[in-house]
Write a protein that binds this ligand. Structure first.
Ligand code: PXL
Length: 283
């Protein structure tokens, strides 16, 4: 038996609200990939819709882990980063990346949603995230994050011209692959806009305008694990979209609050199935 592929996941652990490591660990594990989680902060809830959040800082912990891993000669097939809680952590991650030149690097530039920067995050962090994105093999911004990273105006609905403009700006930023999640294009509907080795396409979402916190983290983890086990980006985005649509279907049958996240517990098994058919549009 070969050892499973291994992903180092550098994100926060929000104990309630179904986002970041609380979702990443089950999603990646069920896909047969080992997760080594490094928390960037411990929070009582995520920051998208709760107040009076309890938090414990993890200052220096990324560097401390790196020191220990180096001593142990541990390697990762992939390093996957998300919410960074402190400005200094951007430099820690950058050094972490440099120590593993052969690891595939996914940066989910967790910065905001609905056109706004998350509370607790700063414009300096946006600048630092831009630098980190340049070191990634894949980035997975939502439209708010794509706009923040490229200094462009956020739109609720894009026409083809404005979507091309955003794609071009992101291509100039990363020179590598990206998926912009949850883009509403007037002629297509809701989709994920992908750039894979220069090919630009959109995978069309079957779900309508629903938005639960943490959905982006579940999506990006499924894409990451799928890439790590050897699927290409197109197939990975389809697998992740099938999973998210199943989660949303389950969640919408209940009447839980949006900030409590999606009922992923009922849908994890879907990640072991091959993807269904999905409309893909060349852009
Ligand atoms: O789902 C993204 C996310 C991750 N981590 C924290 C967050 C959010 C979104 O609100 O607050 C702490």
């Amino acid at each position: 038996m070969q050892r499973p592929k291994r992903v180092c996941a550098i994100h926060d652990l929000s104990t309630f609200g179904r986002c970041s490591l609380a979702c990443i660990i089950p999603v990646i594990s069920v896909m047969g990939v080992q997760v080594c989680p490094i928390p960037t902060a411990l929070l009582s809830t995520h920051t998208g819709g709760f107040d009076d959040i309890e938090s414990l800082d993890c200052n220096g912990f990324i560097s401390d882990c790196l020191k220990h891993y180096t001593k142990l000669n541990i390697n990762f097939d992939c390093i996957y980063t998300g919410y960074l809680a402190k400005t200094e952590q951007f430099d820690e991650v950058s050094i972490f990346f440099d120590k593993f030149p052969n690891s595939f690097k996914v940066v989910d530039p967790v910065l905001g949603d609905n056109g706004k920067l998350y509370q607790k995050l700063t414009s300096q962090m946006v600048d630092k995230m831009r630098v980190l994105c340049r070191k990634a093999d894949l980035i997975t911004p939502n439209t708010t994050e794509a706009a923040l990273l490229t200094n462009s105006q956020h739109r609720n609905i894009y026409d083809l011209d404005s979507v091309y403009d955003l794609i071009l700006k992101l291509q100039n930023l990363t020179h590598r692959d990206f998926v912009i999640t949850g883009v509403i294009i007037d002629t297509i509907g809701k989709c994920n806009v992908c750039c894979s080795n220069g090919e630009i396409f959109a995978t069309v979402c079957n779900y309508k305008d629903v938005s639960y916190d943490g959905t982006g983290d579940c999506f990006a983890s499924a894409v990451t694990a799928s890439l790590v086990i050897g699927n290409d980006l197109k197939k990975s985005v389809c697998i992740a979209s099938d999973f998210i649509e199943h989660c949303l279907e389950m969640t919408m049958k209940g009447d839980d609050e949006k900030r409590n996240g999606i009922f992923l517990e009922y849908s994890l098994g879907e990640l072991r199935k091959p993807p269904g058919s999905r409309k893909i549009v060349q852009l």
